[in-house]
Design a protein around this ligand. Structure first.
Ligand code: G1P
Length: 287
């Protein structure tokens, strides 16, 4: 099997929960303090060995491409002023990392977005999918762990975590088999079930490692009632064909597609900074 070196970033979503900010700013560029969500996701990917970034975009997302462009004039100015800390902040993407932008065309769901990457993936190749609004803080790079498990047997591998019951209907949910340490074979997967019919407490979070064979499955996957092609429905099919495994996330995840998750992620990161930590604490004691 080829080494896993490509990652797909579906960034075509509207970000309606963050309107009006997302009228002109892609939701993936919303910052956790000073660094956009997409930048965190890209750094995680590169650290896990990814060399090609494939963004599946929609119109009005040009700012994502701009974000990763070099700014040679400003960079030279900071260098001449010996402002190394600012130079570091400008270098958003190592030059050797390839990036590709593919328009999704129509907003037909996550499965449809992933399908647009088909031409970029070779026959015997597995690839990663990263949803930038699942913001993860972990000691061990979550994608690297997923890749290690996927490379051990060549099977599709997804990331899961225990989700509170009242939120389970916002996730793909798995029926796990027998856990072996942090990973498990998946017996069933359902997209956004009612709390009452959820097969377990384990919700899928936005990190996947998929085989090339997922494209054939996706192209046959029926649209759901909202006229979207769900990746989860293709994964359900994949269980029958090749098998599917899940890895339990070891880290803290914030759902930055929701306002509370986004605010908490900012607070979490702010509290790790000595100065901000003190300012937030004194604000909270005064209010
Ligand atoms: C998507 C997937 C869902 C998964 C979730 C993780 O849903 O369809 O299975 O659990 O991402 O964030 P979305 O958040 O796009 O509604």
């Amino acid at each position: 099997m080829k080494k896993i070196t490509k990652a797909v970033f579906p960034v075509g979503g509207m970000g309606t929960r963050f309107l009006p900010a997302t009228k002109s700013i892609p939701k993936e560029l919303l910052p956790i303090i000073d660094k956009p969500l997409i930048q965190y996701a890209v750094e995680e990917a590169i650290e896990a060995g990814i060399e090609t970034l494939i963004f599946i975009t929609s119109a009005s997302k040009h700012a994502i491409s701009d974000h990763f462009d070099p700014m040679p004039d400003l960079r030279a100015k900071f260098v001449s002023q010996n402002k190394q800390h600012l130079v570091k902040k400008l270098d958003t993407l190592p030059l050797e990392i390839q990036r590709v932008f593919i328009p999704q065309g129509q907003p037909l769901g996550l499965g449809h977005a992933v399908l647009q990457a088909e031409a970029m993936i070779e026959d015997d190749e597995m690839f990663a999918v990263i949803l930038a609004d699942d913001f993860i803080q972990a000691e061990y790079n979550p994608l690297r762990r997923l890749i290690a498990v996927a490379e051990s047997n060549g099977r599709a591998t997804i990331s899961v975590e225990a989700v509170e019951r009242q939120r389970i209907s916002s996730y793909g949910v798995i029926a796990p088999g027998q856990w072996q340490g942090d990973h498990v074979s998946v017996n069933e997967i359902i997209e956004k079930p009612d709390a009452a019919s959820a097969p377990s407490e384990f919700g899928v979070i936005g990190r996947y490692v998929l085989p090339q064979s997922i494209f054939a499955v996706l192209s046959q996957t029926q649209m759901d009632k909202n006229h979207e092609i769900q990746l989860t429905d293709a994964l359900k099919e994949l269980i029958q064909l090749d098998g599917l495994q899940a890895v339990k996330l070891a880290g803290q995840r914030f759902d930055c597609g929701s306002q509370d998750g986004f605010v908490l992620a900012n607070l979490h990161v702010a509290m790790q900074d000595g100065d901000l930590n003190q300012k937030i604490r004194s604000y909270l004691t005064e209010h």
